[in-house]
Design a protein around this ligand. Structure first.
Ligand SMILES: [Zn+2]
Ligand SMILES: [Zn+2]
Length: 455
């Protein structure tokens, strides 16, 4: 049976407000969220080890708005209005379950707004957890998604596929939003010609819409000006490029101003015109492509951009630490063959290849819990899986709203198979090199057992 095409959550009809008649409203009352929290005992870079047995597990269910809190090594489901600090000094607010007319949603914990945009303590969707009523699903990648393999983050910069979900206008608006606003020589009208400034590369003081003279960094005063084209050419000379039939990789040791050391943005804008500092060169023989940036682990301005070229002869790429991985990710937290990126006419999908530390996608918006779908989120070293079931609610829930852990009860009543599959080794998918992968997996496991990512 061919794999079922996943429905992106934003387009999933189950997530949309559509229930208007009374009968469906009635059934909405019977929706129960079943969840299972698993926490890794170790605390290492906010990772969760999907192969470790040093974990705690706890299952709960709820029909009301709730918070999920981690107390030491176990999760606790508490009512939304409960003050987390009452639970103890070590209580950590992980996420919240909100309930709306249209169903249940997951959201970041309230204080997560204070964290960095891609902090490990935000909500990350666990790619291997996605399951529709028809079976396992891959994740459909969206532009500007942040994807994490182990502790290595990637950002999707751009892509082109057969059926783009967005119109050119929508794409432009998205770029406009991402682009950094800069000032130009025209903005610097002092009246005094000697103070006006000029390009610090070519000394020219012209500025046109095609080649504006801008301040792209923190440098103040007239020293900050540089032509768009002069900057682009200079960055081009600093670039190292590796090119193969299907893949172009570009690397900069630093992508920053040499004076103030601020990283340059790829995209900037003057008014409503967007400029790109890097020209994307599509790999040979490819019809469609995806551009991904590998974000540096340390706080530096090194930049790596991979351009993956897809065609009918090349429909998927392996990512991992192994020498035979097409997109190599050289970090101990990344498995040898960690994830697979697949092309389909409607977009690019990512599949986790039973990796040790998982493949995650940063959730930037509320995440709907669709009826009979299973999905899991990771917050630091805790993974929580969710399944929404339509079931008649017994009196106990109605009285308490929340029901504490009772695994046996769950198993009997709900078949017990809810998110457990996350933590079991399953049969590999139908990728072409399954045999090799399986063999490699075996060796890899032996090797990674003793791996210490902190050392
Ligand atoms: Zn210049
Ligand atoms: Zn500067």
């Amino acid at each position: 049976m061919p794999p079922q095409l996943p429905v992106p959550y934003s387009q999933n009809p189950l997530a949309q407000p559509q229930q208007t008649d009374n009968s469906s409203k009635q059934s909405n009352q019977n929706l129960v969220v079943f969840l299972r929290g698993v926490t890794w005992i170790r605390d290492s870079h906010g990772l969760f080890d999907y192969e470790s047995k040093s974990i705690t597990k706890k299952s709960c269910k709820t029909i009301v708005e709730s918070k999920i809190v981690r107390l030491e090594n176990e999760i606790e489901l508490v009512p939304q209005n409960r003050n987390v600090s009452e639970l103890g000094a070590n209580a950590q607010d992980l996420l919240q379950i909100r309930k709306e007319q249209t169903g249940y949603y997951l959201d970041h914990a309230e204080k997560a707004d204070m964290l960095e945009e891609d902090s490990v303590d935000r909500l990350w969707l666990v790619v291997r957890s996605l399951k529709s009523p028809e079976g396992k699903e891959d994740y459909l990648i969206k532009k500007f998604d942040v994807i994490k393999l182990g502790r290595v983050k990637f950002r999707i910069k751009d892509f082109q596929c057969e059926k783009m979900g967005q119109t050119p206008e929508e794409l432009y608006q998205q770029e406009l939003k991402e682009a950094k606003p800069v000032i130009t020589l025209e903005d610097n009208q002092t009246g005094d010609e000697s103070q006006k400034g000029s390009c610090r590369f070519c000394w020219g003081s012209d500025s046109t819409p095609e080649n504006p003279c801008i301040v792209p960094c923190r440098c103040a005063g007239t020293v900050g000006f540089i032509h768009f084209e002069c900057l682009k050419n200079w960055l081009n000379t600093k670039m190292n490029k590796k090119e193969s039939e299907h893949l172009v990789s570009m690397y900069w040791k630093t992508f920053e101003c040499e004076i103030c050391k601020q990283a340059y943005p790829y995209l900037f804008k003057v008014g409503r015109k967007v400029y790109k500092l890097i020209d994307i060169q599509q790999p040979k023989n490819s019809g469609y492509f995806m551009v991904m940036e590998s974000l540096p682990l340390e706080k530096n301005t090194s930049r790596t951009i991979h351009i993956l070229g897809f065609s009918s002869q090349k429909e998927q790429f392996n990512m991992g630490r192994g020498h035979d991985s097409e997109v190599r990710v050289n970090d101990i937290s990344v498995s040898r063959c960690h994830a697979i990126i697949k092309y389909k006419p409607e977009g690019f999908y990512i599949e986790d290849n039973k990796s040790k530390f998982g493949t995650l996608v940063l959730l930037k918006e509320s995440y709907p819990l669709n009826l009979e779908y299973t999905s899991a989120v990771q917050v630091g070293r805790t993974v929580v899986s969710f399944t929404v079931r339509n079931t008649s609610v017994d009196k106990q829930y109605q009285q308490n709203g929340l029901v504490a852990d009772n695994p046996l009860h769950n198993v009997q009543k709900f078949g017990g198979n809810i998110p457990q599959q996350l933590f079991q080794v399953q049969k590999m998918g139908s990728s072409s090199n399954v045999g090799n992968l399986r063999q490699e997996r075996y060796h890899q496991r032996e090797e990674e057992e003793d791996m210490d990512i902190d050392s």
